[in-house]
Design a protein around this ligand. Sequence first.
Ligand code: AMP
Ligand code: GLY
Length: 608
Amino acid sequence: MTASGSDLVAVLGGGGREHALVWRLLQDGRRVVALPGSDAIPGSVPVDLESDAEVLTELRRLAPSLVVIGPEAPLERGLADTLRAEGFAVLGPGKAGARLESSKAFAKDFMVRHGVATARHETVTGLEAALAALAHFPGGVVVKYDGLAAGKGVIVCADRAEAEAAVRELATRHGDGATLLLEERLVGREVSLLALTDGRDVALFPPAQDHKRLGDGDTGPNTGGMGAYCPVPFCNAAVLAEIDAQIVEPTLRGLAQDGIAFRGILYFGVMVTAAGPRLLEYNTRFGDPEAQAVLPQVKGDLAQLFLATARGELGASRVESHAGYTVAVVSAAAGYPGTPMKGTPIEGLDVADALVFHAGTRRAPGGTGFVTAGGRVLSVVARGDTFRAARARAYAAADQVRFDGMQRRSDVGKQAEPKRIAILFSGRGSNMEAILASIREGELQGFAEPVLAVTDKPDAKGIEVAKRFDVPVATQPSKGIPRADYDATLAGLLQTSRVDYVVLAGFMRILSPVMVRAFPRRILNVHPADTRAHQGLHGYAWAFEAKLPETWVTIHWVDEGLDTGPVIHRARVDLTGATTLEEVERRGLAVEHREYALALKNLILEQA
Ligand code: AMP
Ligand code: GLY
């Protein structure tokens, strides 16, 4: 691996993340040891990871050509600095870089100074100041303790009463003089974006999503993570480009400006919101269980990439990924996230078709087999060509692993499923075309999937459009059918197709209560005017004849009236210099086509 050194890689740590790291580095044909590792991790060398001196002695003896530091605690202590001073190539930042994770206040200050997109915040010290500052966050607040708190220092509050309770709880737990961070509560979807960086260049891993709550549907207490999947379908090229421009690049510039040498893993915990991506947190190591889902997706010689990063020679190297998906399902012990039950025998560990990464297990005393020894006991990980296949395989394998009191989520990866939309049209379907194009390769990619197109006109030109995008078309002529009956049939059809959103794209019918009630706040329409100024047909002719310098496009929920539903989004159409109706229409339609897809994406984010 190196001209001078061995091909030995030492991984520090002994949890599920480190098990996955060891497994992945073995795939690259390297010899790997884990310090201290665990009973389940091959090549484990017992050592007290809390003692830098002991670790150093052991590493001197082993003389690895690369040291990968898994957990945050040794990074925060500055173990990477110590090892570098001894001449080791280390994947992991020094103490200065590790502060991005270990101090939330430092991280937040860094983000603000360097223009990294993040949630609005205030840092407060002491109970009284914290309580007073809550008034500055009328739209909801998240209270965070400044320091490593093993995932338990963050309280997302639903209302003012909860916020006050959270402030009191954290102030009591950490002392009345504790520094707390108050942050505006964001709505959107979370993504864990992990990157290799040597402080100059950066190579992104495919995005992953963690499942932090204990229970299905994101209910119950927070945990270290109950499962993960990779890649994340909605984290499409447009979303990634925004994250890169607003978060990753400014971070890299900031590190350089602040003179922080960083050679390791930078983990961006991002909330994708309707207003763009916002950084919630940095971690300065692989996530757990993200690593278990991300590492099996990585193709090629990862050990070589690690080494290049450790040496500051990342350059233009990129992380290559396999096609398909990986799903990691965590099984936790009874009692977790409180006091976990230890010593429970685990059965069915040699699963076929999947990987098992151990986190909290140890060898049964005197026996073969394993027993539980921690909160998150293990994760079962599987790959598949499709998301569905990966999930099915992971759960089939996870079902074989059993221990008393096992806790597991049954919905890992469910959030990856795109929303199912139906498009209704009567004419040429130009808005349908724009939305389908956006789903295929634009902003809506991974957010939505078209399951059905419905038209009331058997000769509508839009039928060809839907076919071109391989969307099944249902033709439902309306002639002679009473409105309520027609809508009942339509609603039944859409319900059978398990549609999440109904998108009207030039559907020339006013919906009856039957439809509206079947899909409350689920039917959208686009209107070629400001709905307050002009309802009904011919919005562009109206704007043209009135010689307006600008007009508006409205995207709104459909109710039982004519263009009276609640407005979702309004976008301006500049009409200066537009001297013909055709020109007015051309400009208006361009705005409709862009904004309709955007509004749908933002809706999906906000109703996440
Ligand atoms: P953190 O340790 O800062 O990443 O926070 C842990 C979790 O709390 C995150 O993964 C989010 O689910 C949630 N969270 C943190 N900050 C916010 C915020 N500003 N708005 C909404 N949720 C948040
Ligand atoms: N899974 C989140 C973390 O490792 O911090």
